[in-house]
Design a protein. Structure first.
Length: 134
């Protein structure tokens, strides 16, 4: 990593935006936010970025969805360390965490459809960010 990359674990998005703009002496910064909750992390990040844009601020926030259930679709993301997910229960989730089968037609469920609108990427685990950096 170069010197400009930092990891921040908590704080106000407005304060962090202002801090990094001052610290880097740039207005057009991009901040990646990793979150595992749709409404409070990914959707809120998208909304904040839209608010910045509407106020003429050149900074932007990108929400990256951390969805552990993706590892159930492809175990290679676990990299030899089990995610220890709660076993999939078809009575609760249907055949897939991500798709619904309604009257013979397979469609993305609400959660997946909404994530597709606002998340920049989705990864099973934060450690999988390396696949985005290639």
């Amino acid at each position: 990593m170069d010197k400009g990359n930092k990891v921040v674990l908590e704080g106000s998005s407005a304060i962090l935006t202002e801090y990094y703009q001052r610290k880097l002496s740039r207005e057009d910064i991009k901040i990646a936010y990793f979150g595992d909750a749709y409404m409070t992390d990914i959707h809120a990040t998208h909304q904040f970025s839209q608010k910045l844009k509407s106020h003429g601020n050149k900074a932007s926030w990108e929400g990256i969805a951390v969805i552990e259930e993706l590892s159930a679709e492809d175990r290679s993301f676990e990299e030899g360390v089990s995610a220890r997910l709660v076993p999939h229960n078809e009575k609760i989730w249907g055949k897939s965490y991500f798709y619904d089968d309604f009257e013979g037609k397979v469609t993305r469920n609400f959660f997946v459809s909404e994530m597709d609108k606002v998340a920049r990427y989705a990864v099973p685990f934060v450690k999988n960010i390396k696949y985005l950096l290639r």
